[in-house]
Design a protein around this ligand. Structure first.
Ligand SMILES: NC(=O)c1ccc[n+]([C@@H]2O[C@H](COP(=O)([O-])OP(=O)(O)OC[C@H]3O[C@@H](n4cnc5c(N)ncnc54)[C@H](O)[C@@H]3O)[C@@H](O)[C@H]2O)c1
Length: 355
């Protein structure tokens, strides 16, 4: 059974367990900033265990050993990719490495959990989707926010018709850093909103406009992305690594109600306002009557769940029960398509790009 012998600590410790058919054995590649969250959440599940972690950086491996003495560690990803006793690989490395690592995992018969954004290009994403289909393997893209209580509550408010027809989605996602070296601020922060918009708005965007500027390391660190949807729905995302304060606030406006989602609020993350505007023609041809409605505000209960924990359980469920994840390769590809279009627009100082 054990094939990841000879590297790191003794593999027998990690591989003695998890032989049950209803437990997915996971190898995680990348234990930098986000990797520890992925390991903690996959390891603590009834139906998944992390059996091995790979990172090029010995300091990262030291941190794994300290927290999880039972997990096998290695600096060579081939140990994980070729291990016959690993069912799925989580790719938690910088964006430019996703395609190669995910491809190698699929080629070796492993299901793949891959960080956002899925890949650096639509061509790469399409190739991985085709490979996974051919090999009958799952791809899940970590669009973490889709598993939060807040996003699920907003989706419910939209589905129930509480907000009415949507007018706009306007998000501010800014903070100081963390500067990425391989992608600009749009590829780093906007995938969250793009995946949320795909989940909340029934329509697909038709065009993208992006403007932004670089100040420090050659990639845009401040950017504004606008998405045009059918039925006059408009989306706007403000992303910034040079903000003195952290803001995670989204306004969603509908014909019947409007809401504010402040993700930094510990309680009452969502506030729904019974506010709106109605216009009608008065007696005279040019007389426009505008009436403003200003009713109650209420804060719906939002389930407090660790999103990644719910997502990890869903990943195991999809594999064990052969279900298609809703945050699959196709969902990841659509986000990458919007990012690519945003880059094209950014390079042409805000030229409108049709999708
Ligand atoms: N879902 C989320 O909310 C969320 C949050 C943060 C980051 N991310 C994503 O997670 C990924 C990693 O981001 P991060 O901030 O943790 O980056 P990071 O630079 O902090 O960590 C990446 C780690 O991967 C290791 N690594 C790189 N290439 C490797 C290879 N070929 N083999 C083995 N190890 C390798 C590095 O040594 C490093 O420890 C990115 O795709 C990022 O977009 C997602």
């Amino acid at each position: 059974m054990a094939t990841i012998l000879g590297v790191g600590s003794s593999p027998s410790l990690s591989l003695k367990r998890d032989m049950r058919e209803d437990v997915i054995r996971i190898g995680v590649i990348g234990y930098g900033y986000w990797g520890p969250n992925v390991v903690r959440n996959f390891h603590g599940q009834a139906r998944s265990h992390v059996v091995a972690v790979c990172d090029k950086d010995p300091k990262s491996l030291g941190r794994v050993r300290q927290s999880y003495p039972d997990i096998f560690v290695t600096s060579d990803c081939n140990d994980l990719l070729t291990a016959t006793d690993i069912d799925a690989v989580a790719v938690v490395t910088p964006v430019w490495t996703h395609y190669e690592l995910a491809k190698a995992a699929l080629e070796n018969g492993k299901h793949v959990f891959v960080e956002k954004p899925f890949t650096c290009s639509t061509a790469q994403a399409e190739e991985l989707i085709e490979l996974a289909e051919r090999k009958n393997l799952k791809i899940m893209v970590d669009h973490t926010f889709l598993f939060t209580g807040a996003v699920n509550r907003i989706r419910k408010l939209i589905d129930e018709g509480t907000l009415g027809d949507l007018y706009y989605y306007d998000s501010t996602r800014v903070n100081l850093g963390l500067f990425q070296h391989d992608v600009n601020v749009i590829w780093d922060l906007a995938p969250h909103d793009l995946s949320i918009m795909d989940y909340l708005i029934q329509e697909k965007p038709e065009a993208v406009v992006a403007t932004g500027e670089r100040h420090l390391n050659g990639v845009a660190d401040v950017a504004f992305v606008t998405l045009y949807y059918p039925n006059n729905i408009i989306g706007h995302i403000n992303v910034n690594w040079l903000s003195p304060v952290k803001v995670r606030t989204t306004l969603i406006g509908g014909e019947k109600k409007m809401l504010v989602w402040n993700d930094l609020e510990p309680d009452e993350k969502i506030k729904v306002y019974d506010k709106g505007v109605q216009m009608s023609n008065g007696d005279g041809r040019y007389q426009l009557l505008v009436s403003y409605r200003s009713g109650d505000m209420w804060a719906p209960r939002v389930e407090q769940v660790e999103a990644l924990k719910a997502e990890a359980a869903y990943f195991a469920d999809c594999i064990l029960n052969n279900k298609k994840p809703f945050n699959d390769g196709a969902a990841g590809l659509h986000v990458v398509r919007m990012l690519e279009a945003a880059d094209k627009s950014l390079q042409q100082k805000g030229k409108i790009i049709q999708l």
